[in-house]
Design a protein around this ligand. Structure first.
Ligand code: NAP
Length: 254
């Protein structure tokens, strides 16, 4: 098989959580462009628009709703996707939430919610998808980590703890599943222009400080993550396991 052929995703079913907007939408569109059928997931905002765009590209897509802050949200989502489109060959755990407050006053309910969405539900989806992937002896899991998988951040202790956990969970699952031809990896995005970072973009001082540290000299646009996602979803990355791939315009290199 030629090298470019190895990046194709024809015949694969992908589930991308949080694909109504931002990075998730860009990833869902890119996987579809490479040939996959894509289950798009939304919560407060439905992922219908992303699904419509995918169908207009001539690919298959359906949109699903689930609150991943709920204890049974991940299971309900996985079951609906599997019965409607078949068990996913590719799982992208992209949905994530952030809550900003000084650590000493940090609201414990918010702490639990961030951990539930960003880490617990991710583990549950990996477990559910992983079972089937192990049985079939093929599968790709991509967890969306963060620069705060490596750094502590300020006023976002739950987010940093959850994303640090994502990097470790990715390695733990890769160790157990690599021998069964199931690749588990993560992408750590740098500073991307989405709603997740709107508070930072609007803060003149933080915006300037961030741009000064990024060697590429600009915020990432959602499409900047597409290549890494297609690569890690494809056969081209079959010997890559437990990697946390940083896509950050050079931030971590500084
Ligand atoms: P975004 O547009 O706000 O996307 C976040 C998605 O997660 C939304 O679709 C949101 O859906 C979903 N989500 C949040 N809470 C949820 C819940 N309780 N149940 C189900 N889904 C939920 O922001 P984004 O920047 O694209 O974020 C995507 C991922 O990238 C996140 O994991 C984030 O931590 C990570 N990331 C982003 C950056 C960045 O610079 N933007 C940097 C590092 C990592 P609803 O709004 O409908 O609830």
């Amino acid at each position: 098989m030629g090298i470019l052929e190895q990046f194709r995703l024809d015949g694969k079913v992908a589930l991308v959580t949080g694909s109504a907007s931002g990075l998730g939408a860009a990833i869902a569109l890119a996987l579809a462009d490479a040939g996959a059928s894509v289950a798009c997931h939304g919560n407060r905002r439905p992922a219908d628009e992303t699904s419509d765009k995918i169908r207009s590209m001539g690919r298959t897509s359906q949109s699903f709703a689930a609150d991943l802050a709920a204890l049974d949200g991940a299971q309900a989502l996985y079951q609906s996707v599997s019965s409607a489109m078949g068990a996913p060959d590719i799982l992208v755990n992209n949905a994530g939430t952030i809550y900003r407050q000084a650590a000493e006053d940090y609201d414990l309910q918010e702490w639990m919610k961030v951990l539930q969405v960003n880490l617990n539900s991710v583990f549950r989806l990996c477990q559910l998808a992983g079972h089937k992937m192990l049985e079939r002896r093929h599968g790709k899991i991509i967890n969306i980590a963060s620069l705060l998988s490596f750094q502590g951040g300020i006023r976002v202790p739950a987010y940093a703890a959850s994303k640090g956990g994502i990097a470790q969970l990715t390695k733990a699952l890769a160790n157990e599943w690599a021998g069964h031809n199931v690749q588990v990896n993560a992408i750590a995005p740098g500073y991307f222009r989405t709603t997740n970072t709107s508070a930072l973009q609007k803060d003149e001082v933080r915006n300037r400080q961030i741009l000064e540290r990024i060697p590429a000299g600009r915020w990432g646009e959602p499409e900047d993550i597409a290549g890494a996602a297609v690569f890690l979803a494809s056969q081209a990355s079959d010997y890559i396991n437990g990697e946390v791939l940083v896509v950050d315009g050079g931030w971590m290199a500084r």
